[in-house]
Design a protein around this ligand. Structure first.
Ligand code: URA
Length: 229
């Protein structure tokens, strides 16, 4: 309980009778959220904790019924670099962290090539927070239901640069149905934040010759970031 809340309860003569139950998320710590519970606060105004709790309890689309747990994201909440994939796979569903399978190992190597490390000035998340069964692409409606969560994550992180990993991420973030071949090689704009599209690491594992193109995308990203810093 924060100091302001303690003072209000004391002034009302309600302490020490009222106590927050340990399992109840304290929505008052980071933002001055009054008496509202996360369910009553618009997603666009949630703080990090409220957003994470809301995602963890979300049942807005059918994906929650088949996944093990939600996969919110991982890394530095003030990161300059934001990497966005499409949705958790089997391993991510099991561990609750994005990009921890084979594709994740390649992503970590891609980060290392840019002198970056998961969790250090880097945040990683996905278009959808629940695993689509059989690793299929998330449907348009599933991505739409999840979009406000990602939008709020981006607002809270305020990254300097977004890297869209693969077609699903790129098309959803840019609201486009263009091919990845057309979307690569340019600097896009996501609500004022530069966005670069590259191949999804899982695709690169199957299409090794495309790695050279992904490398060019990463070099462009590094140059852009250096010019912004
Ligand atoms: N593929 C994705 O798009 N995201 C993950 O988290 C893992 C694999």
């Amino acid at each position: 309980m924060n100091e302001r809340r303690k003072l209000i309860l004391k002034t009302l003569g309600l302490t020490p009778v009222w106590r927050l139950r340990p399992s109840a998320p304290d929505v008052h710590d980071e933002a001055d959220a009054g008496e509202s519970s996360p369910a009553e606060i618009p997603v666009s105004q949630m703080n990090w904790e409220q957003l994470a709790q809301t995602v963890a309890h979300c049942t807005a689309c059918p994906l929650r019924k088949t996944c093990t747990q939600t996969v919110f994201g991982v890394g530095d909440k003030n990161a300059d670099w934001l990497y966005i994939g499409e949705g958790p796979g089997a391993r991510e569903d099991e561990l609750g962290e994005p990009f921890v399978g084979q594709a994740g190992k390649l992503l970590d190597n891609m980060l290392a090539a840019l002198h970056l490390k998961r969790g250090e000035n880097v945040y990683i998340t996905n278009i959808v927070k629940c695993r689509p069964p059989g690793n299929r692409n998330p449907s348009e409606s599933e991505a739409r239901q999840c979009a406000p969560y990602l939008a709020r994550q981006i607002e809270l992180i305020q990254p300097k640069l977004i890297i869209a990993l693969g077609k699903v991420a790129a098309q959803n973030l840019l609201n486009s149905d263009d091919s990845i071949a057309n979307l690569r090689g340019r600097i896009h704009d996501y609500c004022g934040i530069p966005l670069i599209v590259t191949y999804h690491p899982a695709y690169l594992l199957r299409a090794l010759p495309e790695k050279a193109k992904a490398w060019r995308d990463l070099c462009r990203a590094r140059e852009l970031m250096d010019s912004l810093s």
